[in-house]
Design a protein around this ligand. Structure first.
Ligand code: SF4
Ligand code: SF4
Length: 222
């Protein structure tokens, strides 16, 4: 056996030297030093649920389904979010948009949309997968607790954002002169007269008619 191998098997060589008498005397003070210095730092205790916790700007809280400025829904029912989810927490059922009921630009919309918060780990993979930015995450975490299973399976109506100011409730046709690609490029800035006329003819009692702010066609496509 070589000298090097003999040294490697001698574990005592890794022990530190015996501390000096002075070091032994001061070591309790060093321990208290950490405690005492911590006593003068600001208190970091979170008082949740009595006070909302401070979260970072990119914090992942409850999801939301977004709308365009004219009120159409951004979700096109493509299911990419559901396929990206590692916890199998999202369920989407798409349905075709028709001239009688158009909920989103393009061919299809998300008719059924569920997120199961008993499974969700708030990883954010789903929002990365969404091609239209229909799905994003808020800073809300308060309501993601409950004493029953049903309350933690969020449906589309729980996730869909309220109508933007001046927008028109869906369903209604796309803004006059616009294609679905104009929506995806963010070029629609509000409802046009053709949309208001359509809702007035088909749902004269729709409450959003009272607050709608029509933009002319030039403004609708920025
Ligand atoms: S945040 Fe993650 S776990 Fe939750 S629904 Fe999205 S992909 Fe699934
Ligand atoms: S939220 Fe986005 S990814 Fe999910 S179905 Fe709707 S458009 Fe597709």
């Amino acid at each position: 056996m070589s000298k090097k191998e003999i040294d490697a098997s001698n574990h005592d060589q890794w022990l530190r030297d015996e501390p000096s008498a002075l070091a032994k005397l001061l070591s309790p003070l060093a321990g208290y030093g950490v405690t005492i210095s911590s006593m003068f730092r600001p208190v970091e205790t979170e008082r949740y649920p009595f006070e909302k916790p401070r979260v970072m700007p990119r914090f992942h809280g409850r999801h939301q389904l977004n709308r365009y400025d004219d009120g159409l829904e951004k979700c096109i029912g493509c299911e990419l979010c559901a396929w990206a989810c590692p916890a199998d927490a999202i369920y989407v059922e798409a349905a075709p948009n028709t001239p009688e009921a158009q909920y989103s630009p393009g061919e299809r919309y998300g008719r059924v949309y569920q997120i199961n918060y008993l499974r969700c780990i708030l990883c954010g993979f789903c929002i990365e997968a969404c091609p239209t930015r229909a799905l994003t995450m808020t800073h809300e975490i308060d309501e993601l607790v409950g004493d029953g299973r049903e309350g933690l399976i969020y449906e589309k109506q729980n996730l869909l954002v309220p109508l933007p100011e001046g927008a028109l409730a869906a369903p209604h046709p796309m803004a006059q002169g616009c294609e679905d690609s104009d929506y995806y490029r963010g070029e629609v800035s509000g409802p046009t007269q053709n949309q208001v006329d359509w809702v007035r003819a088909n749902r004269p009692d729709d409450p959003s008619l009272a607050t709608v702010k029509v933009v002319n066609q030039k403004e609708a496509v920025r």
